[in-house]
Design a protein around this ligand. Structure first.
Ligand code: SF4
Ligand code: SF4
Length: 299
């Protein structure tokens, strides 16, 4: 039976051109050998997808670090977008790279998850990049970590972005009771889905699409159901890989990251995000009105 599979790909890459204080990949530079290994792993992955015309794939690059400053990831996005058996190529990025290469992609299939880091770039420079994406007709979401000290900056970003662009805010969860009610409401007024992100969703024993219709793959082809469960369920490059894709309940107590909990069936966030689930754009996002989001079904 043909596969219809979303793959979250995270190769060995572990470096970034930015220097966020909380991040282990900040200004980490890899050796030529490490980069060559990452490049070869990605080439194998793209080749595997290209060699399976009978199957349908959505690919989401969720790198440790920044991938789009590396030419082989830009080339991979272009190549994958042009394959008839690929319906989506999404990437998490800090949006610092030049963007002209996207002219060569089938942009109807590309989605960018763009994180704004106020300590690393200016709002003006980030917005310039967003305008370039608009000119290129590339769909994207924009977001920030909801640090309290960035509240005003995030609000200014929201004001400057076209209303048609969704701005998400990731709740900061490393400190207990981090938000008072006023700050919580402030962020929720900017991102109507912030209350959902701020929860650690109870997931133990709950049905989750990861492991059946969505999986996480590393550079060696090891397949895990998601980035948050370490067990390897198979290898992408093994002949008998497909039977490993079966529904399984979640083994973790909670799931607190968007790229995980969106696959919990009872949250019904597939109805909220539709075909842009991977790049985090609500399906009916128009001008930020909560009525547009189907939020009522997502609790
Ligand atoms: S941009 Fe992302 S990967 Fe790079 S240092 Fe900041 S948090 Fe880490
Ligand atoms: S609920 Fe989250 S942690 Fe559990 S299997 Fe799904 S994605 Fe993984």
């Amino acid at each position: 039976m043909p596969l219809n599979l979303s793959i979250l790909y995270r190769g060995p890459l572990s470096s970034c051109n930015y220097d966020c204080s909380y991040c282990p990949f900040a200004k980490h530079w890899e050796s030529p050998e490490e980069l060559a290994r990452d490049r070869a792993s990605l080439a194998r992955f793209v080749g595997w997808i290209a060699d399976r015309p009978q199957d349908v794939f959505a690919v989401f690059f969720t790198p440790w670090g920044e991938a789009l400053v590396r030419r082989w990831y830009r080339d991979a996005v272009v190549s994958l977008s042009q394959l008839p058996n690929v319906v989506k190529v999404a990437v998490q990025t800090n949006l610092s790279c030049a963007l002209d290469w996207l002219r060569h992609a089938d942009v109807a299939k590309v989605g960018l998850w763009c994180t704004y880091h106020p300590n690393q770039t200016t709002r003006a420079a980030f917005l310039d990049q967003c305008r370039r994406l608009d000119d290129l007709a590339v769909r994207y979401s924009v977001g920030c970590v909801g640090l309290r000290e960035h509240g005003e900056e995030i609000a200014r970003l929201r004001e400057a972005l076209p209303p048609s662009v969704y701005l998400w805010i990731n709740a900061y969860k490393d400190a207990r009771a981090y938000y008072d009610q006023r700050t919580f409401d402030f962020f929720a007024a900017i991102d109507p889905l912030f209350p959902i992100n701020s929860e650690n969703h109870a997931s133990l024993g709950r049905s989750c699409r990861s492991g059946s219709t969505v999986v996480a793959v590393d550079g060696d082809g090891n397949v895990r159901r998601c980035h948050f469960v370490a067990d390897i369920i198979g290898n992408l490059y093994a002949r008998d890989f497909a039977p490993a894709l079966t529904p399984r309940p979640c083994p973790n107590a909670t799931c607190d990251c968007h790229i995980g909990y969106v696959h919990l069936e009872h949250l019904r966030l597939d109805e909220v995000f539709g075909e842009s689930l991977l790049e985090r754009i609500p399906a009916h996002w128009r001008d930020g009105r909560k009525d547009d989001l189907g939020c009522g079904v997502a609790r």
